[in-house]
Ligand binder design. Structure first.
Ligand code: NAD
Length: 299
């Protein structure tokens, strides 16, 4: 049994923390939002009085925060809170599962190391359903030893766990994967709109492309038109799924990584602009496949 401080019990964090507790770990949680604290209490999880308080008596500290600034503030103890790194016993394992920029993740590793701790970046994909079912995919960055130490806990929350390399490379894998996803969802939507203009039925295009070289997740699982894939968000008024705001955030992180490295990724950058505009309006709360409605209206 491991003493786990689970900090950030929002949409993803709460079910993840519950899965760890259900596996017999000694889980204490904290969140800065009272409603999240209340939901955790209702789920039977003990709540600490602060993040630092939870970290002080933990073997492992897991963070599941909205963005990189939340992680770095909590690690450093800036923005009116006590430092998690200072509060924890030396040698504590820090697992950050938030989706943050690669350079922010590397900064977090460095801060943890300087404070005498171990750390991995371990962002996830699989959404709230994956978090609830314990089937998340984890992409992990860190040393072999720290990965091995994190693995037994990650296995209680995830179905597929990949050690991607050293510090920050879990986030690198996440950002690259979501760039593929964001771009492919746009082009699948463009193909359906083009097909409509040419008089091609959705079913015919789906039947061809899903068994041909156009086959991809954005088509065969997240099909942007209702009908061909009954479980896709298009059949449910584009309720997410994966919200446009999250795709806009993730492609913003991809754009940061592109700027950092100088990689020539023109489609990724264009997709970032398209989702940023989409998320300024109704798209923020819709599944990102609703981008098809923007494309259809534009031409
Ligand atoms: P969320 O906003 O529902 O939850 C984040 C929680 O962190 C909030 O409750 C917030 O109050 C809390 N928090 C922020 N700063 C804190 C601090 N210093 N101490 C304690 N709590 C703090 O977000 P979410 O949907 O659960 O996503 C969490 C992360 O997972 C994000 O980085 C997101 O990009 C990523 N992610 C989300 C999904 C998804 O489908 N929701 C899928 C994959 C990855």
């Amino acid at each position: 049994m491991t003493a786990v401080a689970f900090l950030g019990v929002g949409h993803m964090g709460l079910p993840m923390a519950r899965n760890l507790a259900a596996a017999g770990h000694d889980v204490t949680v904290f969140d800065v939002v009272p409603a999240a604290v209340e939901a955790a209490r209702d789920a039977g999880l003990p709540v600490a009085s602060s993040g630092a308080d939870a970290a002080a008596s933990a073997d492992v500290v897991i963070t599941m925060f909205p963005a990189g600034r939340h992680v770095l503030d909590a690690y450093r103890g800036t923005n009116g809170q006590a430092s998690l790194l200072a509060a924890a016993e030396p040698g504590t394992l820090f697992i950050d599962s938030s989706t943050i920029a690669v350079d922010e993740a590397r900064e977090a590793h460095l801060l943890a190391e300087e404070a005498g701790h171990r750390s991995v970046d371990a962002p996830v994909s699989g959404g709230v359903v994956g978090a609830e079912k314990g089937t998340l995919a984890f992409m992990v960055g860190g040393s072999d030893e720290d990965f091995a130490a994190a693995l037994p806990l990650l296995e209680r929350m995830g179905g597929r766990i990949v050690h991607c390399g050293g510090p920050g490379l879990g986030q690198a894998a996440k950002v690259c994967n979501n760039m593929i996803l964001g771009v492919s969802q746009i082009v699948v939507a463009e193909a359906f709109v083009l097909g409509e203009r040419l008089g091609l039925s959705h079913e015919a295009l789906f039947d061809v492309a899903s068994h041909a070289s156009g086959q991809c997740w954005a088509l065969t699982t997240n099909c942007p038109v209702p009908g061909p894939v009954p479980t896709s968000p298009a059949n449910n008024d584009y309720r997410p799924g994966f919200a446009g705001a999250l795709m806009a955030k993730d492609l913003g992180l991809a754009a940061q990584a592109i700027a950092l490295t100088g990689a020539d990724a023109q489609l990724g950058l264009h997709a970032q602009q398209i989702y940023a505009a989409f998320a300024e309006g109704d798209g923020a709360g819709q599944d990102f496949s609703a981008i098809i409605n923007v494309i259809r209206a534009a031409g």
